[in-house]
Design a protein around this ligand. Structure first.
Ligand code: AMP
Length: 466
């Protein structure tokens, strides 16, 4: 099961209530998960949780937030497109143990969760959900039986293969961890009366906080009564930050690993125009994910930016719809053309990525039907040739159009007059982080951790303990 999620953790001094801040933070992270949402708080005495299926405003009502008393807490939004739309998989996950109540919110995906789970099951442990977060909870409880928090978490981390940004609450302590390769984002912010840690810095902005820094890969932060300590538990020579966060997933107003996502996308747009110029009348984004790229492309090429397509913003991402037929209907529901803007024109369309190719094919058809003379497709990511095992819900290898078709083949399939993908080198340059510190598994098939049956970059795998 692949999951994309958003996590948040808040720790205030005793008099300040955490629930409302977590609620706002989750609202700002809604794009990271629309399937379920949850908040767990601790008031020094008691733990309270509220979670449910649906969007943040559907799950939490004003009265509920007021009842969630406590100055420390964690929150989670979840996005999974597999069959497991189950309440049991909603987070935060809560377990009771000898060490107290433990609540966990997890963004990422463990590659070895099946193995770990069967090992734990052989020891007689029982699982209530099919999420890998429960595996982490079991391992942690086990380690805490005989070790202090720091040692326990270090030992847990040594067992985990994959991506994990974790917000954990053990009694009234907030603990956050970022995996040793920093695959998923996690950042730290200063608030009026405490601290916030969140998947993206927009959550800090919404709380009027100040971004302090990213959580360092392999670092653990422990918050207690308005202060925090940092411990570097495991260190890696290289990082493996997910490039797809920059390409598609994160909000453009977030700063991830020191890079403003908007600026990265502008640079990508400019580079696309250099790598794949077009002789066209207008450049139009596929809204919303193509907008910043199209602005960059227009700026560098001098071609007029004009919206050829309008999006119905009240429809969720098309991937949420199960089955191919529903997905195609969803595209029609989602986008309409502004006919005079494309009629009789040569149009460059820019989108962030082509996964299966369905979206581009339908959109090009739509634009042609509205009278476009030529439609040139420009894509902000290099071809996606391999699945993601580390937390982006993409598609299986069989579904990935670029896994078995060259550029010309995809161009024919989507019926574009020309198709240009950004190069891998261009992407790395636009992000501004060296290639050896990025995870580009979906683009080159080389993963930063060992995935059975796939190639692994040994350089990123090297971890050292502290
Ligand atoms: P398709 O090529 O039809 O599979 O879909 C590509 C479109 O889906 C692009 O326009 C992207 O904006 C969007 N997209 C790419 N990756 C994802 C993802 N992981 N979840 C949801 N939508 C995505």
């Amino acid at each position: 099961m692949h999951e994309e999620c958003g996590v948040v953790g808040v720790s205030f001094k005793e008099e300040t209530s955490a629930a409302l801040s977590i609620y706002y933070a989750l609202y700002s992270l809604q794009h990271r998960g629309q399937e379920s949402a949850g908040i767990t708080v601790h008031d020094g005495d008691q733990v309270r949780t509220l979670k449910g299926m649906g969007l943040v405003p559907d799950v939490f009502k004003k009265e509920d937030i007021q009842k969630l008393k406590g100055h420390v807490g964690i929150g989670h939004v979840r996005y999974s497109t597999t069959g497991s739309s189950r309440i049991e998989n909603c987070q935060p996950l809560l377990v009771n143990s000898k060490s107290g109540t433990i609540a966990i919110a997890h963004n990422g995906n463990l590659v070895n969760s099946k193995d770990l789970r069967s090992e734990l099951e052989k020891e007689g442990r029982i699982f209530l959900s099919d999420s890998d977060t429960e595996v982490i909870a079991h391992l942690l409880v086990k380690e805490l039986m005989h070790s202090e928090l720091k040692e326990a978490l270090k030992d847990v981390m040594k067992r985990l293969v994959g991506s994990y940004s974790l917000a954990i609450m053990i009694d009234k302590k907030l603990i956050v961890i970022r995996d040793p390769l920093g695959i998923k984002p996690l950042c730290l912010g200063l608030l009026d009366n405490g601290y916030v840690v969140a998947s993206e810095s927009v959550a800090i902005d919404i709380l009027n906080g100040q971004l302090i820094r990213d959580v360092v890969p392999g670092e653990m932060l422990v918050f207690n009564n308005g202060t925090y300590e940092s411990h570097q538990l495991i260190k890696s020579k290289n990082n493996a930050h997910c490039v797809f966060e920059y390409i598609y997933f994160a909000r453009p107003d977030s700063v991830i690993d020191g890079k403003l996502v908007y600026a990265v996308r502008m640079r990508i747009g400019e580079m696309l125009s250099q790598e794949h110029p077009a002789n066209a009348d207008i450049i139009s984004p596929v809204p919303d994910s193509g907008i910043t790229y199209a602005i960059g492309y227009s700026k560098r090429s001098g071609i007029d930016y004009m919206e050829g397509l309008m999006k119905n913003r009240y429809i969720g991402r098309t991937f949420i719809m199960p089955g191919q037929e529903m997905r195609e209907t969803a595209i029609r529901l989602k986008l309409n053309t502004i006919k005079p803007n494309v009629d009789g024109k040569s149009v460059v369309l820019v989108d962030d990525s082509i996964v299966r190719g369905t979206t581009s094919r339908r959109i090009i058809e739509l634009v042609r039907k509205s009278g476009a003379r030529e439609v040139h497709m420009r894509v902000a990511s290099p071809p996606i040739i391999s699945p993601c095992y580390l937390g982006i819900d993409m598609a299986t290898r069989e579904e990935l159009v670029a896994a078995y078709k060259a550029v010309k083949g995809v161009e024919a399939l989507i019926n574009a007059d020309s198709l240009g993908y950004l190069s891998k080198e261009g992407l790395v340059k636009a992000i501004g982080i060296p290639m050896e510190d990025l995870c580009m598994g979906c683009l080159n098939g080389i993963y930063p951790v060992e995935v059975p049956g796939e190639s692994c970059s040994k350089r990123q795998l090297k971890l050292t303990e502290f």
